[in-house]
Design a protein. Structure first.
Length: 157
């Protein structure tokens, strides 16, 4: 059986990176759970875990410090596409990010980048609408106190 390859594709700045060092912990037709170290060293961020929810177009990551303390939950709104007979998954970042801090504080980021991507023709109208609908779904769940199912498989990690 051929090993699954994971890519992260960004629209701004434009790039597509093979996540060659990510370790796949679980995978099925609905989700892929990975463990990773930062690609570029940062002051606080050292490592983490990510769960790609393939049916929802959402990736939730647990950002961790070197001492294994939680910085925040980082939620990417994404679009998934399969290539090479389902052995390559490309997660295209649709720019909207939602951060949830341990104290419950919430931040929504990069809505301006989504508008910029549409202005520059980097994102289709259909994909822009998908991004907004997926962000709305996630925010609705967060506000309703239903975020736990998104993170329960990473809580013990």
């Amino acid at each position: 059986m051929q090993e699954l390859r994971l890519y992260r594709k960004r629209l701004i700045p434009e790039e597509c990176i093979l996540l060659k060092d990510d370790i796949i912990l679980e995978a099925d037709e609905h989700h892929i759970l990975t463990q990773w170290n930062t690609l570029k060293p940062k002051k606080d961020l050292d490592h983490g875990f990510s769960c790609c929810y393939l049916d929802l177009g959402i990736k939730v990551s647990k950002f961790m410090r070197k001492d294994n303390s939680l910085i925040y939950w980082y939620c990417d709104i994404v679009d998934y596409s399969w290539e090479d007979d389902d052995h390559t998954l490309i997660a295209t970042d649709l720019l909207i990010d939602i951060l949830i801090y341990p104290d419950g504080q919430l931040k929504v980021l990069d809505l301006d980048e989504l508008a910029e991507a549409e202005d520059k023709g980097l994102i289709s109208s259909d994909l822009l609408k998908k991004a907004l609908r997926r962000a709305n779904l996630l925010l609705t769940d967060i506000y309703a106190g239903k975020f736990h199912p998104y993170i329960e498989n990473m809580e013990h990690l």
